[in-house]
Design a protein around this ligand. Sequence first.
Ligand code: AMP
Length: 325
Amino acid sequence: MTDIWQSIIDEIKSHDRIVVSRHSRPDGDAVGSSMGLYHALKAGNPTKQIWLDNEDYSDYVAFLGDEGPHPADEDYQGALVIVVDTGTANRISNKRYDRGDKVIKIDHHIIDNPYGDIVWVEEESPSCAEMVARLCLSFPDVLPLTVEAATCLYTGITTDTGRFRFRGVGASTLQTAAKLLERGIDTERIYANLYLDDYDVLLFRANQTRRIKQTEHGVAYLTISNALQRKYGLSREDASNTVSLMEKIKGCIVWLAFIENEDKSIRVRLRSRFVEVQPLATRYHGGGHACAAGATVYSKEEMQQLIDEADALVADYKAHHDDWL
Ligand code: AMP
């Protein structure tokens, strides 16, 4: 660890221009880890030029602030590009990510296509923000944790761990979060921004709860069509968040949300407890983490096939284990 951390710090010290990027369709961890790193870099390196450069944004964590001006093409000359929270190069929300001098990858996804000149991946880390926070805590002169940086990193940790609940949360997560709290961050404001819903969205969620379907062996699933999204005036994020409606059904250890995209392809959000869904996601143009993964299907038939495979996965798991709930 110390070696890889030291080489990342050496690269930061030896570059005058640094660009930070993250994955497209960003979640709280992607935004939190990239913006947290950006604020720490700015605070510790006032003479350097530092940018965030991404092509899409998230309303959900917009309260963390805007991402500032984009670098020009020529700013990439000799620049260090640090990509956080992104398993594969094709998911980087920045087509120019390889135009600099060097690329550093900091990530916690299961690796399929490696990229980058320096790669620090901890698949077992429950969030990328925790990794960035640990790096900052170890090199406070180069990456000081200002209250802005700590707020972004804490948001990344709390969103990717389901408020410190998911698999992978360990002593180091809580110790790191404690150090961030010591920076004086306002958790009430963070939680209000993350977890309050508009009343209309609450009604939508109540209606959707009635539409949840279950397979024979315990897969819960929901489909959210474009028509439904239009009917309720839903943002993409509101539609995507329906996956969480299914997380508390006893016996349904895999749950899937199918969200129709504008181009009619269907985004799949896969979640599970006990059993791992990442291998299933990779068979449908996706990937992610053991128990939280994403995929895409292109027809109703393919959607049904994925549901059937998930059902078989659960049947097999339940046949060989009796420790599930
Ligand atoms: P999501 O359901 O989109 O929140 O995704 C859950 C996890 O899987 C996140 O860590 C994503 O970064 C990852 N993921 C989502 N879609 C894909 C994909 N198509 N390929 C690889 N990883 C993905």
